[in-house]
Design a protein around this ligand. Sequence first.
Ligand SMILES: Cc1cc2nc3c(=O)[nH]c(=O)nc-3n(C[C@H](O)[C@H](O)[C@H](O)COP(=O)(O)OP(=O)(O)OC[C@H]3O[C@@H](n4cnc5c(N)ncnc54)[C@H](O)[C@@H]3O)c2cc1C
Length: 1002
Amino acid sequence: MCLRQLLQSSQLQRAWRAAFLKHVQGRHPGAWRWTHSGGGPYRAVIFDMGGVLLPSPGRVAAEWEVQNHIPSGTIVKALISGGENGPWMKFMRAEITTEDFLQEFGRLCSEISKTSVPVDSFFSLLTSERVAKQFPVMTEAITQIRAKGLQTAVLSNNFYLPNGKSFLPLDRKQFDVVVESCLEGVCKPDPRMYKLCLERLGRQPSESIFLDDLGPNLKAAAGLGIHTIKVDDPETAVKELETLLGFPLRMAVPNTRPVRKTMEIPKDALEKYLKDLLGIQPTGPLELLQFDHGQSNPTYYVKLANHQLVLRKKPPGTLLPSAHAVEREFRIMKALGNAGVPVPKVLDLCEDSSVVGTPFYLMEYCPGRIYKDPSLPGLEPSQRRAIYTAMNRVLCKIHSVDLKAAGLEDYGKHGDYLARQVQTWIKQYRASETSTIPAMERLIEWLPLHLPRQQRTTVVHGDFRLDNLLFHPETAEVLAVLDWELSTLGDPLADVAYNCLAHYLPSGFPIQPGLSDCDLTELGIPTAEDYFRMYCLHMGIPPIENWNFYMAFSFFRIAAILQGVYKRSLTGQASSATAKQTGKLTEFMSNLAWDFAIKEGFQIFKEMPATKPLMRSHHTWSLLRTPGTRSYVTSTDSSPAHASKGALIFSPEGLPHRVRELYQKLKEFMERHVYPAEPELQRHQVSAERWTPSPLVEDLKEKAKAEGLWNLFLPLETDPEKKYGAGLTNMEYAHLCEVMGTSLYAPEIFNCSAPDTGNMELLVRYGTEEQKARWLIPLLEGKARSCFAMTEPQVASSDATNIESSIREEDGFYVINGHKWWITGGHGEVLFEQVCVPKENIILGPGRGFEIAQGRLGPGRIHHCMRLIGCSERALALMKARVKSRVAFGKPLVEQGTVLADIALSRVEIEQARLLVLKAAHVMDVVGNKAAALDIAMIKMVAPSMASRVIDRAIQAFGAAGLSSNYPLAQFFAGARALRFADGPDEVHRAAVAKMELKHHS
Ligand SMILES: Cc1cc2nc3c(=O)[nH]c(=O)nc-3n(C[C@H](O)[C@H](O)[C@H](O)COP(=O)(O)OP(=O)(O)OC[C@H]3O[C@@H](n4cnc5c(N)ncnc54)[C@H](O)[C@@H]3O)c2cc1C
C-alpha cells in the first residue's frame, strides 16, 4: 500500500500535502512538529464540554428544530441573544433558576420564530442520555494524554439541573480539574475562569492547550497566552492536538471496539483456518476487534502475525434467503478489483458455517480515512473540491465496468431497474406502514407515472455515499469503496442521485449530517447540480434532464427504509435505541422527496420556448391548418410563413407543441383528479369545516404542482425566468383557463383563482423584496390566500369614489377603519376597527392606489371570462347527454324542436364569446393591456350574460334535477349570475364600450 502511494505521488498529491501543511502551520505558526517527547512544552490539556466532548447545543438544536418544524437557527439566535446579560449566560452563572430560564428563553424563541416553541422539549433532549454522550474519539484522546503523564481539565459553561446537580454528563475521573461556571458564578470568556483552572492545575498558560468550539472563548484563552484549538469537528481537532503534543491520540484501528458479547466468534477455529489459508505459523495471539459500522453484516478486524485482515460474516439466526448475501459481496469485490475499481482486496470466501458459525469472507485491511461529515470540517476549499471530484470519478469508474469482461452479466436483472425498485419500495413501505403519510401516498402514485424512459444498465453500488469511501489520510485518493451489500445491476443515475442526498439535509440531521444550510461556494463543495454535471462530463453522456425524478426516488427509498426501522422499533425488534427517533423522520424524508417531484413539474416550463409576441402592430390573417378541425390562426405578420409567431390561435390544436402538451396534461388531470373529487369537495363546502381549507384540495394542489400545472396564469412578462409559472401568453392561457373553468374547484387547485392571481401580479410588479418574501412567495406556493376588500354595504360600490373606509397615519402606523362585505376568500363581511398596519406594509406608497389599480387592470381581468366559456361548455355537454336519455311524451327530449333550438343557440353563443375572449387576450398580447381596454370591456359585458343564458337552458332541460346539488348547474348559474355585477356591473361595461365607440368611431 505504502509503495503504491509513493509511486503514485502525483502533482495533485504534492499540492494536497503542501496545502495540508500550510493549513496546520498557518493556524499555529511554528507549532508544526511531530516528536515523541511526551507533550513537548505542554503539560495540560483543557477541554470545553459542549461542542468538544459532547455534541454542541447548536448541533442538538439543529436536529431538534428539524423534528419539531421550528425555523432553523431559532435556538442558536435565542442562546446568543442578550450577550452577557441574556437568559442563557445568566443561567450558566446560576443567577436564574431552570424555570425562569425556560420561561424567558421560550419567550425569546417564540419572538424570533413567530411561532410557539416548546423549549422544554429542547432542554430535555439537550440533557438526555442519548445526546449527552462523550465523543469516543475524545475519550480515546484523554486516555492517551493521561497515559503520557499530562494533566487534563474541563472548563465548562454549564448549569444546574432541576434536581440541583450541575449538568456534567462526563466521567469526572478522566479529569484532574473540573471548573464549572454554575458553581463559580463566572462564565467563559471571563478570564477569571481560565485563571482559576490554571491555578488548580498548577500550570502556566504556555504549558496548556485549550479546546473550544466558540471563537470568543478561544480568544480570551489566547489573550492569556494559552495555546488554543478551535473545534469544528472532534476528529480533526484530535489530529491537530496530536500534532501539537507530538504523540498519537488514536487507537491503532479507528472505528473499532472490543467485540460485542452477542457477536463473539470462536477465535481458535478462526486462527486455525487463517494459518492454513495464509500458510503461516504465528507466534503471538490472534487479535480481534469489531467495527462500529456494518451492523447488518457484522465486520471484524483480525490481526494474526503481520497480517491485518477484515472479516465480514452473515449475522447469526434465521435470515431471509436474499438478505445478507456475503457471497455476492465477495463476488462483486473480486470482479471489480480485477477491473481496476478501488476495493479492498478480497482473499477468500468461506461458505462452511462450522468455522465461525456462518459463512464469511476475508479481505485485506486498508488503513485510511473515512469522512463522516460531508462538509469536511478542517479541510481547505481546494481539498474539499478534490475529495468530491475523486468521489465522482470513482463512481464513474464503477459505472464504466464492462459487465461481460468482468463476468458480471448475470449479477442482476437487465432493464426496468427503476420500475422494479419503485414497486419493491412501495411494497416494503406498505408492509411497514403505521399511519397515512400524505407525501408518501402522492409519491406512490407519482413515481410509477414518471419513470425515466431510457435507462442504462451498469453495476450499481446501492449505498454510494462519502462515508462508504476510504481515503488516503493525506491526499484525495480513494483507496477503497466499501459496503457492497446492496450492489446489483441497475440504472447508474440512481447511485448519483443517492450520492447527493446529503446536499439536501441540514447539518444537524440526526441520521447523517448534511449540507443544506452550508455555504457550498465558501466550502469549495460542488452543488448537487454541479456534481451531476461533473458526472455527465466524466461519463461523456448528455446532461440528465429528469434528475429530479432520481432525487425524488432516492428520498422515497430512504423514507421507506426509515419507516421499516420505525415499525420494527414499535414491535420491539429495533436494531438500535435510536431507531424509534429515526423512524419518525420518514415524514421529513418523504416531504423532501415530494419537493423533487414538484421540481420535476416545474422542469416543464424550462423546456418551453417563449411564445410572447414582440410585435406591437397587428393585422389579421387566417389559415385552416388541418381540414376538418377548428384550427385557425391570425398572424401579426402579413406572411403565412410566420403564422405561428404572435398568431391568434382559435383552437388548442393550433397551440405550440409544448403548450398543447400542457393543455393535454391539464385535461387529463381534470379527468383523473378534479371531476371525481367534486362530490367530496361539495360536501366539504356545506359542512361545518367549510371555513378551513379542504385537505383534499391541499392534496390536489400538491399533485398539480408536481405535474407543472401551477401558476399557469403568470404571464411571461411578469415572470420572465419562468420561475413560478409557465410563462404563457394571455391567449395561450385562455385555452387552458377555459379547461379550468369547467369545474368550480379547479382554479384553486392550480393556484389560478381570483383574487389571488391579481394580487400576486400586483406584488410581483410593485412589491418590495421584503413584501415579496412575506406575501408573494407563500401565495405563489399556494400556502396562503389573499383578498381584495373594496365593496361596502352602506354605499353603491360599483362606483369606487363612494368608498367610505378611512386610512390615517398615527404613531408610525396606518390605522384602518371601515366595513366591507362580499370579500372573496369566503365572501366574508369584515369590520376593520382601528386596524394598525406597519408603514412598511403599504405597497408602492400612499396616494398611489390608482396607479396600482391601473396595473391590476391587467390579464387577471379577463380570467373570469375565459373560465365562463369552459363553464358554459360543460353545461352544454351535460345538457346534450341528458336530453338524449330522457324521454317525455313518447320521445327523447332531444327530438323536441325547442330543445334543438336551445342547443343550437348555446353553441353559437359560446363560439361568439370564445372568439371575443381570444381576441381580447390576443390584443393584450400584441398591443398591451391599455390599448386592449375596449376588447376587455366588450368581453366582460358579453361573457357572464352569455354563460347565464347557456346554463339556464341546461337547467331548463334538466328539470328539477338541474337545481339540485347532484349536478353543478345550479352553482354554475349562481356564479355566472354574480359575475354580471361582481366584476363590475354589466351596465358599467356597457357604458365604457359605448364611450369608446363614440370617441373612436364618431
Ligand atoms: C360572488 C361575489 C364575489 C364578490 N367578491 C368581492 C371581493 O372579493 N371584493 C370586493 O370588494 N367585492 C366583491 N364583491 C362585490 C361586488 O364587487 C359588488 O357587488 C359590485 O362591485 C357592485 O357593488 P354593489 O353591490 O355595491 O352594487 P351597487 O353599486 O349598489 O350597484 C347596484 C346596481 O346598480 C346598477 N348600476 C350601478 N352602476 C350603474 C351605472 N353606471 N349605470 C347603470 N346602472 C348602474 C347595476 O345594475 C348594479 O348591479 C363580490 C360580489 C359577489 C356577488
